[in-house]
Ligand binder design. Structure first.
Ligand code: ADP
Length: 343
């Protein structure tokens, strides 16, 4: 307002330039958007393929591993992330598979080796028998010797089958509380004839009422094998002593003999399959080195331990420790346990 008079001011400027700039900008945007899109996609693809390259490498390496090269390992990327952990886990799995496969092929090789010996003996006896004319008594003797070897092979094949069932986890326990002292006496009664033949004495010092939750078929196998060895490997007219007592919350069954004992360096290995301290002597007794492997498996199945010590007189004392019935909860009589047999 100037002196009460209103004025209006109009300002004008040409907008063509702005519109043109806007149009150019729109054009640039239109042209560059697809390029940007393509660039972004290519960049994304490059980044993701770089990030996933180790996964590709891991899967290619895993693809190339078969039973023939199970000792090969995947390369572990030092990235401290999931990929490093994945490769390490896969490598550990390969390690486990490798040692299982090695154990299996060792087992097959040992089993074949064990079967070759009696087969060679049968062949030898047969060849000698047919080489020339012999008397009926001689033929009878040859056939008797052959049948002995056949028995030995049958026992071995039965044991091998038992081991492979156990390996396959096909043996299940049906546990019931059993008086360990009574079980030891029952097993001893079944082997009494063997001890009698060798003029040996079996003595018992068994505390009453030491109950253990065991399978009535599987645990006696362990006791039978240990007691059978004690009788086999100790001299005629010696004594084999069986003790049963509580040790803390465990039950102990000890079987001691006056045999040659087991040198300290073999005290773990005697529980391995096919291991024999004195191969010739064990073979004479008909042993294939599997008895203690089965005993250990049976004891392990029951959550126990089996060890061997030297007795003061030099003989061996095998100790089987088992959880007492009171310290193991048995929910029902058919309570089952599964465990693979150790090599
Ligand atoms: P085997 O069938 O040959 O007896 P085991 O597995 O039962 O096989 O025993 C393994 C080896 O341990 C035997 O070959 C023997 O050398 C040794 N051994 C086992 N028990 C005794 C023992 N009571 N005294 C001395 N040596 C033993």
């Amino acid at each position: 307002m100037v002196n009460g008079q209103p004025y209006s001011i109009q300002v004008a400027a040409p907008l063509n330039e702005f519109y043109e700039a806007l149009e150019r900008f729109g054009l640039i945007l239109l042209l560059s958007a697809p390029l940007l899109l393509i660039g972004a996609s290519l960049g994304g693809y490059w980044i993701s393929s770089r990030a996933l390259k180790p996964v590709d490498e891991i899967s290619a390496a895993a693809e190339s591993i078969s039973i023939r090269n199970l000792s090969d390992r995947l390369q572990v990327p030092k990235t401290s992330d999931e990929l490093q952990r994945l490769s390490e886990t896969l490598n550990r799995m390969l390690g486990r598979l490798n040692s299982s496969v090695q154990r299996m092929s060792q087992f097959t090789a040992d089993a074949s080796h064990e079967l070759r010996t009696p087969l060679a003996v049968v062949r030898g006896i047969g060849e000698a028998a047919v080489a020339e004319r012999r008397s009926p008594a001689e033929y009878e003797e040859a056939i008797g010797s052959m049948l002995e070897e056949v028995d030995r092979m049958t026992n071995l094949v039965d044991t091998l089958l038992r081991l492979s069932h156990a390996d396959a986890g096909a043996i299940r326990l049906s546990r019931q509380p059993v008086d360990l002292g009574q079980l030891a006496r029952d097993v001893a009664a079944s082997l009494a004839l063997l001890a009698e033949e060798r003029d040996q004495k079996l003595t018992f010092d068994t505390a009453p009422g030491v109950f253990v939750p065991v399978d009535r078929l599987v645990l006696p196998e362990a006791v039978t094998n240990v007691l059978d060895n004690a009788i086999k490997y100790s001299p005629a007219r010696s004594t084999v002593a069986l003790h049963v007592r509580r040790v803390g919350d465990q039950a102990l069954l000890a079987i001691g003999d006056d045999g040659p004992g087991i040198p300290p360096e073999y005290r773990e290995r005697i529980f391995h399959r096919f291991f024999r301290v004195d191969e010739a002597r064990s073979r004479d007794h008909g042993g294939a080195g599997l008895g203690l492997a089965i005993a250990k498996w049976a004891v392990d199945m029951h959550g126990g331990q089996i060890t061997v010590e030297q007795r003061p007189g030099g003989g061996s004392e095998f100790r089987i420790l088992l959880p007492l019935a009171s310290s193991v909860e048995i929910t029902d009589e058919q309570n089952t346990t599964q465990l693979r047999m150790g090599g």
